[in-house]
Design a protein around this ligand. Structure first.
Ligand code: WTA
Length: 631
């Protein structure tokens, strides 16, 4: 693949990609190993939606991630794995070793009943076996559904049931900073209501004592011993499912975003190469968890497709102290570092004493992902980590987009703090007003849509295609709607301003307000609640909950604690509200609709300018809410 090397070339490639998308993406796809070439590059109809890239083509993504690099890269490191605890031994996996382990574990999956098309749930800490498990599924054509290790048993069982998983892969426990979390116990609890799961493969990570279900549970280590090391790659249609990843929206339960094999492979690789400008021999580190899409695309698939060397990190940014990221960068001489604004802000708050001991002179490119990066954090990152010499790629994308859509290309696109800048070739963003009219020109703001498919666009939401249509393709006919608000400045640069729907982004974790509300409403004393986001210095957004309690004898502190526990149980600790205000009523219209605008303003600390409240059913509740607001 010819990688873009100058801004003029970017403009040329962009033009080519819009003038003739089929020819453009066919050329990108040529470099891969196809067991059979595609019949058609693209078929699409956003109204249904149906989107097919490289239909008729046969491939296996793991052949492209692994076999294609052998024997040339047999001894090149694919992953440097850095454990949570720096005193524990690090692990190195070469391309040859990774290939072997993936094939072996692929046979373990087969031996335990998994076959092409079956869904496999993966609930694991950030150990090398996690990446191996994903790739092993892909090897045999099983569909992985990774669930982030911080989700509760109830959230896990919901996801296992929704896509009817047959197998679960997990570990006894997980290390997270100073804590050891018994995650197999979470799986056991979840599986009480998941009769469809036949086998649980358990890796030993923490030597935690676990309950054992005979006939259902098997040990990773023993199964691997028994398995053959040879596993041919299953031929997959380009449009066969590669994985499902659950994500939150503004309504209902999380939905299973479906990505397919061919287009996802072509696009994630293309975006990785061009955004990060990875060079042969370089060391790349993405700090995300594989439980989120960033880990799927930019720890597992894209770096391996590019034959890159990555660092994979089990731990957390501030353990054993807030210098850990910088220590690891020096240790492996990381050239490209990709992290989240929430981590940057948290480490900034700890002070420069944690940065100073480290050289950081191997760094060449810095990346940011998951939420808008504020100017202050951008500048701190630029000055103290990049030493003013590393371009920052502020990469905008979503679980549904599969890969980065709007971002500078490192060293090529002129950056501007807090701007994701320009679309990648093949990506055609437009801004629309509430009615869906395109907002033309520069110096404007609107809702961000994309008007033409790119290869890694969402194909469906698992088991409910209509929901996919409703959520993404029905708001504005003929457009993919992102749910984000966006500015386009005088230079035509894009700046994502945040969600315009009821989706929260807390420390880069996506949560729906409806999801949190329904968790709170599980509490016996709560009749109704409303959740909104508010600006939070470290997390980006904090969670503010207004609750109506029927039990007059309950003291506020106990109630708060119980609500927290309820939310942790239903979703996970990541969804616990930061502030809980007990109210006697919520601001509603006469037709009973909650006016969130008012609640948001109060949560932001605004008590005047609440807009017209005369249409409220009971304007007095607003006074009470303002009086009781939590600072
Ligand atoms: C937000 C994460 C501003 C956005 C890859 C999007 C961003 C949601 C950025 C998707 C960015 C992600 N600047 N906002 N660079 N990157 N977002 O699905 O609101 O976990 O819609 O995917 O995160 O979150 P998701």
């Amino acid at each position: 693949m010819a990688r873009i090397t100058s801004f003029e070339e970017y403009q040329k490639e962009y033009k080519k990609s819009v003038d003739n998308p089929e020819a453009f993406w066919a050329e990108q796809a040529e470099q891969f190993t196809w067991q059979k070439k595609w019949d058609t590059v693209l078929k699409w109809n956003f109204a249904e939606p149906t989107i097919e890239w490289f239909a008729g083509g046969k491939l296996n993504i793991t052949e492209n991630c692994l076999d294609r690099h052998l024997p040339e890269k047999a001894n090149q490191v694919a992953y440097y794995w850095e454990p949570n605890n720096p005193t524990e031994k690090a692990v190195t996996l070469t391309y040859q070793q990774l290939h072997q382990q993936v094939c072996r574990f692929a046979n373990v999956l087969k031996n335990n009943g998994a076959k092409k098309g079956d869904r496999v749930c993966i609930y694991m800490p950030m150990v090398p076996e996690l990446a191996i498990a994903l790739l092993a599924c892909a090897r045999i054509g099983a569909v992985h559904s990774v669930v982030f290790g911080g989700f509760s048993a109830s959230a896990l069982s919901g996801r296992i049931q929704d896509c009817d998983c047959k197998l679960v892969v997990t570990s006894d426990g997980a290390y997270r900073g100073a804590k050891t979390i018994p995650i197999k116990a979470v799986v056991d609890e979840a599986l009480e209501i998941c009769p469809g799961v036949e086998k649980v493969i358990v890796l030993n990570r923490t030597n935690t004592e676990i309950k054992w279900v005979e006939g259902r549970d098997v040990r990773w280590e023993e199964e691997v011993q028994k398995a053959n090391a040879d596993c041919p790659a299953e031929p997959m249609d380009a449009e066969d499912m590669l994985f499902i990843l659950y994500t939150s929206g503004s309504t209902g339960k999380p939905k299973g975003v479906v990505h397919t094999c061919g287009g996802y492979m072509v696009y994630t690789h293309y975006s990785f190469e061009n955004v990060f400008q990875y060079n042969e021999g370089g060391v790349y580190w993405c700090t995300a968890d594989i439980g989120w899409v960033t880990g799927h695309s930019y720890i597992v698939y894209a770096p391996l497709l590019a034959g890159a060397t990555s660092v994979m990190f089990e731990g957390v940014p501030a353990y054993p102290d807030a210098g850990r990221f910088w220590q690891v960068i020096d240790k492996y001489k990381v050239n490209i570092f990709y992290t989240a604004p929430t981590a940057i802000r948290a480490l900034e708050a700890m002070g420069l004493d944690y940065v100073k001991p480290y050289k950081l002179d191997s760094l060449r490119v810095l990346g940011s992902v998951g939420e808008p990066i504020n100017e202050e954090a951008w500048n701190w990152y630029n000055e103290n980590i990049g030493k003013g010499k590393c371009p920052i790629v502020d990469t905008w994308w979503q679980t549904e987009t599969g890969g980065i859509l709007i971002s500078p290309l490192a060293g090529i696109t002129k950056t501007k703090p807090s701007f994701a800048t320009l679309p990648l070739p093949g990506v055609q963003p437009i801004l629309v007003d509430e009615k869906g009219n395109e907002i033309m020109g520069n110096g404007v703001e609107g809702n961000l849509c994309i008007k033409f498919p790119w290869p890694s666009i969402i194909r469906t939401t698992y088991g409910d295609h209509e929901r996919c249509r409703q959520t993404y393709f029905a708001t504005y006919l003929g457009l993919y709607f992102t749910g984000d608000g966006c500015k386009r400045d005088e230079d035509g640069y894009y700046r994502i301003t945040g969600r315009v729907d009821d989706v929260l982004n807390v420390s880069g974790h996506r949560l729906g307000t409806a999801e949190v509300e329904s968790a709170i409403n599980m509490h016996v004393d709560i009749v109704e609640s409303a959740v909104v986001g508010y600006p939070h210095d470290i997390k980006g957004q904090g969670i503010y909950a207004y609750v109506i309690c029927t039990n007059k004898n309950k003291d506020a502190e106990t109630l708060r604690k119980e609500i927290m526990a309820e939310v942790a149980k239903a979703i996970g600790p990541i969804a616990k509200p930061d502030k809980i205000q007990i109210v006697t009523g919520l601001p509603k219209t006469r037709s009973g609709k909650i006016i969130r605008r008012i609640l948001r303003k109060v949560a932001e600390g605004e008590t005047n300018n609440l807009g017209d409240i005369s249409t409220l059913l009971d304007p007095l509740v607003v006074k009470e809410i303002i009086a009781g607001a939590i600072k």
